[in-house]
Design a binder for this molecule. Structure first.
Ligand code: ADP
Ligand code: MG
Length: 328
């Protein structure tokens, strides 16, 4: 899209803190100009990975390539990456425009030029009107947009975002999601966004990289990861899937592909244990033999045509072609 976007690639990257392995030989090539989410539970090594890409943390082993060049020994400002921190880390005593222009000041750019560039960035995040304010005179969402403008002013090839939406309330979080996505499209650069929220990753990402216990468990387009989880962990973590153990092995089946029937013959017998109303859907949990719980996500109008209750005996059916064999 814009000026040639460079490939970011991790080659057998490892991070150890003393004896503890935080990141274990991960390799991944990010598609240039795409929105990637690093998704995984707390402690799986997401932030360590991001900080190594940014240069705020050294790699123990491995290489980080940008446009084919190993950047892993360069200082953060020389890498072509920029990082937006979880807590925004704005300077409280500097105005909005001075915060945004800060890195240019350090680089020795004159006041007029750096303020012109900062104003351009503030326009991009729709904050030019507030350029004279101090950070504590801004809402959380506005502070976040300042932090974004401040990261983008260096014209990075790759923007790194560590849980950028976690400090926002749910309503603002959804709005900022749209804004981040718009910015990424407009700039045409690679965004690598760390999150532990599957909804956030699914709604934002072109590509999802699922991490678990210091390793990459699966990576691919968001729809592919959701529709074809490869492992038990990914199926459970990405949400809205059941994992059922059958004699032939473990399978994932999407909750919205499970149907309930009143007649038990020809179906899998189960007993309803829990009903949860979710607005557009009702989540019906039932227990089949072997103590396995299966969740069926039933559209609300269908559920209320034939409501069931905890304790009811039901049949579970699904289209076998929607079952998905898991590795391991
Ligand atoms: P995540 O961002 O996925 O929650 P982190 O990358 O922050 O995971 O942490 C991965 C592992 O490394 C965790 O076990 C964490 O306790 C450990 N860790 C992170 N930073 C340090 C550090 N500076 N010193 C020692 N251990 C650390
Ligand atoms: Mg983290």
């Amino acid at each position: 899209m814009s000026h040639a976007t460079k490939n970011l690639e991790l080659v057998s990257v490892t991070k150890r803190y003393g004896d503890a392995v935080a990141v274990d030989e991960i390799s991944h090539r990010f598609s240039p100009g795409s929105y990637a989410c690093l998704l995984g539970p707390s402690g799986c090594g997401k932030s360590s990975t991001l900080r190594m890409i940014a240069g705020h943390e050294s790699t123990t082993e491995g290489a980080i390539l940008l446009g084919g060049q190993d950047i892993s020994h360069l200082p953060p400002a020389k890498r072509g990456t920029a990082m937006m921190f979880q807590n925004y880390a704005l300077f409280p005593h500097l105005s909005v425009i001075e915060n945004v222009a800060f890195s240019l000041k350090i680089a020795g750019v004159g006041r007029r030029e750096r303020h012109a560039k900062a104003t351009e960035m503030l326009d991009l995040v729709d904050l030019a009107k507030l350029s004279g304010r101090l950070p504590d005179q801004l809402s959380g969402g506005q502070q976040q947009r300042v932090a974004l403008a401040r990261a983008l002013i260096t014209r990075p090839q790759v923007l790194l975002l560590d849980e950028p939406l976690s400090a926002l309330d749910p309503f603002l979080r959804v709005r900022m999601r749209g804004e981040l996505r718009r910015l990424q499209r407009e700039l045409g650069i690679t965004f690598v966004h760390v999150t532990h929220g599957q909804d956030e990753a699914l709604s934002l990402a072109d590509e999802i990289v699922v991490m678990n216990a210091a390793r990459i468990e699966q990576a691919g387009p968001a729809r592919e990861v959701f529709n074809a989880p490869k492992t038990d962990f990914v199926a459970r973590f990405i949400g809205n899937h059941n994992v059922v153990a059958l004699p032939q092995g473990a399978f994932a089946i999407r909750s919205d592909a499970v149907e309930l029937t009143e007649q038990v013959s020809g179906a899998i017998e189960a007993v309803v244990t829990q009903i949860e109303y979710q607005g557009t859907h009702v989540a019906v949990t039932s227990r089949m033999s072997g103590d396995q719980n299966v969740i069926a996500l039933i559209p609300d109008h269908l559920f209320f045509e034939h409501p069931t209750n905890p304790g009811d005996h039901v049949g579970l059916t699904w289209d076998e072609t929607k079952m998905h064999k898991l590795n391991g």
